[in-house]
Design a protein around this ligand. Structure first.
Ligand code: IPE
Ligand code: IPE
Ligand code: MG
Length: 247
C-alpha cells in the first residue's frame, strides 16, 4: 500500500543504523540496552517502509569491522540477531516480507548461519518488501570476494578479461539482482559510509540525520523520505528543465 502523503518514494532505502551506544550512554545505561531498543526501531522501520511502498530496505546490522569490539558486545549483538530471527520471522513472513542476507556467510559462529538460511528460505517466494540484512558485511570484503570469483573464471577460461564489465561485477556482488540504493541514510550525525555499499552507492542520495538509531521513529523516517523527495538526481546528465531549454 503506498502512502499518498509521500511523493517520489525511493525504490531502495539503505540505512546505517548508528548510535545505539550513545543512546544508552546518555541515559547511564549499558550499551546493550541501546542495541535492544535498536531492535524495536528495526521493527518500526520495516513496517513504515512497507506502508509507504519502498520495495527494498537494507539495514546495516553488523560490519566486518565490528568484530573488533569487545567480545561481550559482539556476543550480545549476535544474540540479538538470533533472537530477532527466532521471534520475528513468522511475523515478517505473514507481512509478506522477503528476507535477503548480504555479507560473508563463511566462518559464522554456531547456529547463526542456519538461522539466516532459514529466514531466506522461508520468505523466498514472498512478494512484499525485500528486507536486506547486511550482516558480517563490509563493502571491500564483498568486492574482493567478487573479484576472486571473476579471477577464477578467467583463469579457468570461462571468461576473458574484457568480458569483465560493470554489469558482470555487479552480478557477482552479494547484492546481485537488487537495484542500487536510491537513498542511503545514516543516523547519529556521523557523516561517513563506514565500508557500506561502496560500489552500489555510486549515484545514491546520501542523508545524514542527527537522531540516534533507537529514536528512529516512523515520523523521523517520513521526514527523511520528504528530504529525499526534494533532491534532484542527475546521474551525470542534466536536469529535466535545463535539457528542455537546450534542446
Ligand atoms: C550501531 O550503534 C549498532 C552497530 C554498529 C552494530 P553503535 O553500537 O555503533 O553505537 P555508537 O555509534 O557507539 O553510539
Ligand atoms: C557502521 O557503524 C556499522 C553498522 C551500523 C553495523 P559503526 O559504528 O561500526 O561505524 P564507525 O566505526 O563509527 O565508522
Ligand atoms: Mg557506531
Amino acid at each position: 500500500m503506498s502512502n499518498p502523503l509521500i511523493r517520489n518514494v525511493p525504490t531502495h532505502v539503505a540505512i546505517i543504523m548508528d548510535g545505539n551506544g550513545r543512546w544508552a550512554n546518555s541515559r547511564g545505561l549499558p550499551r546493550t540496552m541501546g542495541h535492544r531498543k535498536g531492535v524495536e526501531a528495526v521493527r518500526e522501520a520495516v513496517r513504515t517502509a512497507g506502508e509507504v511502498g519502498i520495495r527494498y530496505l537494507t539495514l546495516f546490522a553488523f560490519s566486518s569491522e565490528n568484530w573488533s569490539r569487545p567480545e561481550a558486545e559482539v556476543s550480545d549483538l549476535m544474540g540479538l540477531l538470533k533472537a530477532f530471527v527466532r521471534r520475528d520471522l513468522a511475523d515478517l513472513h505473514r507481512q509478506n516480507v522477503r528476507i535477503r542476507v548480504i555479507g560473508d556467510k563463511t566462518n559464522l559462529r554456531g547456529d547463526i548461519l542456519p538461522l539466516l538460511i532459514e529466514a531466506e528460505d522461508t520468505t523466498r517466494n514472498n512478494s512484499g518488501i525485500t528486507l536486506v540484512i547486511a550482516f558480517n558485511y563490509g563493502s571491500r570484503d564483498e568486492i574482493t570476494r567478487a573479484m576472486q570469483a571473476l579471477a577464477v573464471d578467467v583463469a579457468q577460461g570461462r571468461l576473458t578479461a574484457d568480458q569483465i564489465t560493470p554489469e558482470r561485477i555487479a552480478s557477482r556482488l552479494d547484492t546481485a539482482g537488487i537495484p542500487d540504493p536510491d537513498l542511503i541514510l545514516r543516523t547519529s550525525g556521523e557523516e561517513r559510509l563506514s565500508n557500506f555499499l561502496l560500489w552500489q552507492a555510486a549515484y545514491s542520495e546520501l542523508l545524514f540525520i542527527p537522531e540516534l538509531w533507537p529514536d528512529f521513529s516512523r515520523e523521523v523516517f517520513l521526514d527523511a523520505l520528504k528530504a529525499y523527495a526534494g533532491r534532484e538526481r542527475r546521474f551525470g546528465g542534466l536536469s529535466q528543465p535545463t535539457l528542455a531549454v537546450g534542446s
